[in-house]
Write a protein that binds this ligand. Structure first.
Ligand code: GLC
Length: 612
């Protein structure tokens, strides 16, 4: 029996009709996943009714403009793959001060060609250190320092009016220890105790720990926190003040779905599923990307397709590509619409360090396995550290350790990055902090600045040419360097990631990177080869310092991106792929000879066949 357990009676007959059609299409998949997850619960039928009731309630409350967007998006399911999609990611307080202040900065985003805006967590956090807002105390309210829920809705509509989609973080793996659910659990409420993983037996903690990795081994070692008021150990994968939710409890699944539905109705068009791999726990495993985690995501996808089909899901799974790809699901069993292409990002930095683009080409080849209807979020930097371990198996460990030392300024190489090592023991594959400009070697006024800017442009130019939504990280457009003062702020001092979370410097001249990013965005617009459904296929050139990949549209539109990952002038022979006619570099406007395309040190070309 997979029929919907409640009658779809709504005052709006058109909506009821649309909803009935979507239920017929997506409820079976949602229910199948839900039943597999919660088969053991005696009162399963009751949970199914609760689920259906929340879904109907939210669909009925959906504002008319968002319903109109739902209808439009159903006709263009590839909306997030359009060539003109360009993203921007920032902290609200560091960019516009408040939500209202950010609204005043939207011209800046439009000038960069932005169509997708991801403000980092803005919901009400716990007081004090909140892991940059990733310790949420209320999923239905905004951080009062940034504004109100009204301001959020207002910003969402202002963005929508400019065809910029708002992406919000759903911190789905945990709540703050100060969230009302956690406070109720602390006060002894048995219902809310079940929302978390509370282990009374230390031996059991140890049994779990023996298979788990650690996210912050130096500042928050282990995965459990002893909480005397709870009479045991609470699962805390990240910081002790972030309590992992227990998805084996159907109430948690439904409450977090309700959070998604609520925020969708405020105007969010994309959800970044924070720490997606960690949702489900099973003893004897590393509790990352378990099959049940994928069922949770699959069920959410189907349920959102019923209540708010305009909305897309994006997986934040910063692991190896083999573990990321399942988050995109299959055409028959879709999960997220988007996932971060973190291996391409990481391999890009590795390529700059080593002059070998082989690992990046391998990552791009492996990424071809994604389903055509799902896409990547491509990026150069984000608010987190660069986790080299995601390239395990692609690059040998000793090489990764060298790359991590190089970016931390502890090993000589082709340029001098200004990054810092993060977590892990010295000598190991530690991750890296630092703004993109600093990692590229920029030291405002330094001797090597022109070449650092060329590397930054190269990194972004490759990223914009890959398939996916290229996301600019705050300040990179003005080549902002590290915020060396972060350690003076007590709540930030212990977390080195604040090095690359500076205040936007609106006084700083826009400069060549701003011009380059605007150009990349402009050149993507309307270019069919740049549709997300057309993957980047690497071309093999004899010199490993040369990266070449091609995007081809079935209608014939083509683009070859060529990058020089070395400090020498190089020439590339593309005649094997170029065919008979002439080619032109879109970036410089120059006609090129395909037998010997000249690339400056750290140079970049976007080549297309010249129109006859
Ligand atoms: C994600 C965020 C990161 C945060 C962690 C815990 O990985 O990107 O910044 O620390 O989740 O919420």
């Amino acid at each position: 029996m997979s029929s919907f357990p409640l009658p779809v009676t709504l005052a709006d007959a058109d909506l009821a009709q649309r909803l009935t059609a979507r239920i017929a299409r997506h409820w079976p998949a949602a229910l199948a996943a839900f039943r597999t997850l919660y088969a053991g619960h005696a009162d399963l039928a009751l949970w199914e009714q609760k689920l259906a009731a929340r879904l109907l309630g939210s669909a009925a409350a959906r504002p008319p403009d968002l319903q109109a967007l739902d209808v439009a998006r159903q006709e263009t399911p590839d909306w997030f793959q359009q060539p003109d999609m360009v993203g921007y990611c920032t902290y609200i307080d560091r960019f516009g001060g408040t939500l209202a202040g950010t609204k005043e900065k939207l011209d800046e985003l439009s000038r960069l060609g932005v169509r997708y805006f991801h403000p980092l967590p803005l919901l009400k956090p716990r007081k004090g250190d909140s892991d940059g807002g990733f310790a949420v105390a209320d999923f239905r309210d905004v951080d009062p320092k940034l504004g109100s829920l009204d301001d959020l809705r207002d910003l969402a509509s202002a963005l929508r009016a400019r065809q910029i989609s708002l992406c919000l973080d759903i911190v789905c793996n945990h709540t703050a220890a100060e969230h009302p659910w956690a406070l109720a659990a602390l006060a002894g409420d048995p219902h809310f105790r079940q929302f978390y993983h509370v282990l009374e037996d230390k031996a059991l903690v140890d049994a779990y720990e023996s298979h788990l990795g650690q996210v912050f081994p130096q500042t928050a070692p282990g995965n459990f926190t002893h909480v005397p008021e709870m009479g045991g150990y609470v699962w805390t994968t990240f910081y002790p003040f972030q309590w992992d939710l227990n998805y084996a409890n159907p109430a948690v699944f439904i409450e977090m779905l309700d959070v998604l539905l609520f925020l969708a109705n405020q105007g969010a068009e994309v959800f970044r599923l924070d720490s997606a791999p960690f949702l489900w726990k099973r003893i004897g495993t590393d509790c990352r990307g378990l099959p049940e985690t994928h069922l949770v995501v699959r069920a959410w996808r189907a349920l959102l397709a019923i209540a708010c089909p305009a909305v897309a899901l994006k997986a934040e799974a910063i692991v190896g590509l083999a573990e990321v790809l399942p988050f995109l699901g299959t055409p028959e069993k879709p999960e997220c619409h988007l996932a971060y292409n973190n291996t391409a990002m990481t391999a890009l930095w590795a390529g700059l360090a080593t002059g070998d683009t082989g690992p990046l080409r391998r990552c791009l080849t492996d990424a071809l396995a994604r389903p055509a209807g799902a896409g990547w979020l491509t990026y150069v930097r984000c608010h987190d550290d660069i986790i080299w371990a995601a390239l395990k198996g692609v690059i040998p460990d000793d090489k990764l350790a060298w790359i991590s030392a190089f970016y931390a300024g502890q090993a000589a190489g082709p340029f001098q990055p200004d990054g810092r090592a993060f977590q892990g023991e010295p000598g190991a594959v530690r991750s890296t902090n630092g703004m993109a400009a600093s990692l590229a070697g920029l030291r405002d006024g330094g001797a090597d600045d022109a070449s650092a800017l060329a590397r930054l442009r190269l990194a972004y130019g490759v990223t914009f040419a890959l398939d996916g939504i290229p996301a600019i990280y705050m300040g990179d457009e003005r080549a902002l360097t590290n915020d060396a003062d972060y350690a003076r702020v007590p709540d930030q001092a212990l977390d080195g990631r604040w090095l690359h979370r500076p205040q936007m410097d609106w006084q700083r001249a826009e400069g060549p990177i701003h011009a380059a990013l605007s150009q990349f965005a402009r050149l993507r617009q309307g270019r069919k080869a740049m549709h997300g459904g057309n993957p980047a296929r690497p071309l093999e050139l004899p010199n490993p310092a040369l990266l070449a990949f091609e995007r081809v549209d079935q209608g014939g539109d083509r683009l070859i991106c060529l990058g020089n990952f070395s400090g020498q002038t190089l020439a590339a022979d593309l005649s094997a792929w170029a065919g008979a006619g002439g080619w032109v570099d879109l970036l410089s406007g120059e006609a090129v000879s395909v037998e010997g395309v000249i690339l400056d040190p750290w140079g970049l070309r976007w080549l297309v066949p010249s129109v006859a």
